[in-house]
Design a protein around this ligand. Structure first.
Ligand code: PLP
Length: 378
């Protein structure tokens, strides 16, 4: 199998699976229980929280465990915006957010917030000044996707946050870091954002665990009320097993982040070199996109057709984003890409297990698919 869809999800690392299996056997006690085995569960979660916080550059009490990045985004976006409703009703965002941000914002628009979308240019990049210009005295929240899941376009969140705060220090900033956490090195203590969402299943932990960074002292309304877990921000008995697995995944990736990035850059160069032999390939990712996500259009062929063709050889890629399930790409549409090119768009995303041989096999399979499909067309 050649798996080139790591932006959709990643396989669980065997060492992470082992931590979870051990925990399933040993850590059944509720961390909220007052007796000894409950306290043991609580200590283990506290240690996991410290590991994740260290990877972010955050303090331990600034990290909250959730079930996924969608949940983290929802908790932050609803909670931060509604806590500022008395003085501000404007939200600024990009025109290429993931649905886990776009949909809560659409709901907030129904409740009276004005949502301003800043679209990418046709090269796939957003002009940062357009975001800053959109911020004014009535801006409650700015929410930005760090790395776009479809094209790999990346925002300079450090500079953007500085400039947004310079313009309005009361504006809170949320970052969706689902496609950058543990892939791009950053230190949240040096970034003036107030919250950040991330997910386990993009970093070799299982689906069903995620995290939220919330800067200490940030005013937020609770949208997930209940038993008071996670300091009242996210009620629900903690999934200790997956939380421990999540921390293990972070621990495994942290020392290798820069090495992985260098490897991804080599893989990307190799892929682009392989794609250069086709005269019908158009690259949709910006030139300065992250090295682990490449979006291109294989013109004249529907991406879904290609996807199933490659699937027969056990090669797995994505057409647009995995979450869109065949809907036209939101990001490419926002870039102003024409419908035919969108219909032919493919996303290849590398993981730590991807090799140059995988890329060679993929490119060869693309060539063979083209030859076969050309025959059918004739
Ligand atoms: C940028 C981005 N945000 C949010 C999500 C949602 O993540 P989860 O599946 O953990 O809810 C994804 C998933 O693909 C994503 O790529």
């Amino acid at each position: 199998m050649i798996y080139l869809d790591n932006a959709a999800t990643t396989p669980v690392d065997p060492q992470v699976a082992q931590v979870i299996a051990d925990s399933l056997k040993n850590d059944f006690a509720n961390p909220s229980s007052l007796y000894k085995i409950g306290a043991q569960s609580e200590y283990k979660i506290a240690a996991a929280r410290k590991t994740v916080a260290d990877c972010l550059g955050a303090k331990e009490d600034e990290v909250y465990f959730t079930s996924c990045a969608s949940e983290s985004n929802n908790i932050a976006i609803y909670g931060l915006a509604t806590a500022r409703k008395n003085w501000a009703n404007k939200i600024v965002t990009t025109g290429y957010e993931h649905p886990a941000v776009r949909k809560p914002l659409a709901n907030l628009a129904e409740y009276g917030f004005t949502v301003v979308n800043v679209n990418p240019k046709d090269d796939g990049n957003i002009n940062p000044q357009d975001i800053i210009d959109a911020v004014d005295s009535k801006t409650a929240l700015v929410t930005l996707i760090h790395v776009n899941n479809e094209t790999g376009a990346v925002l300079d969140i450090k500079t953007l946050c500085d400039k947004i705060k310079e313009k309005n220090k009361r504006t809170v900033i949320h970052i969706d870091a689902t496609q950058s956490f543990m892939k791009l090195p950053f230190d949240v203590s040096k970034i003036q954002c107030d919250s950040m969402a991330f997910s386990g299943h993009k970093i070799y932990a299982p689906k069903g665990v995620g995290g939220l960074y919330l800067k200490k002292g940030t005013n937020i309304k609770t949208v997930m009320a209940g038993g008071g877990q996670e300091k009242g921000l996210r009620a629900g008995t903690e999934n200790i097993h997956y939380i421990l697995g999540f921390a293990k995944a972070c621990q495994l990736l942290q020392p290798d982040m820069r090495r992985n990035l260098a490897k991804f850059a080599q893989l990307k160069a190799h892929l682009l070199n392989g794609l250069a032999q086709f005269d019908n390939v158009m690259i949709n990712s910006p030139d300065n996109a992250v090295p682990y996500t490449v979006n291109f259009s294989f013109m004249n062929y529907r991406s879904e057709t290609l996807l199933h063709f490659l699937e027969a050889d056990e090669i797995y890629i994505s057409s647009g984003s995995a979450c869109s399930k065949g809907a036209a790409s939101h990001t490419l549409t926002a870039m102003g890409v024409d419908a035919k090119r969108i219909d032919s768009s493919i996303r290849v995303s590398f993981g730590i297990h991807t090799t140059e041989e995988d890329i060679d096999t993929f490119v060869a399979a693309l060539k063979s698919a083209q030859e076969k499909l050309q025959k059918v067309k004739r």
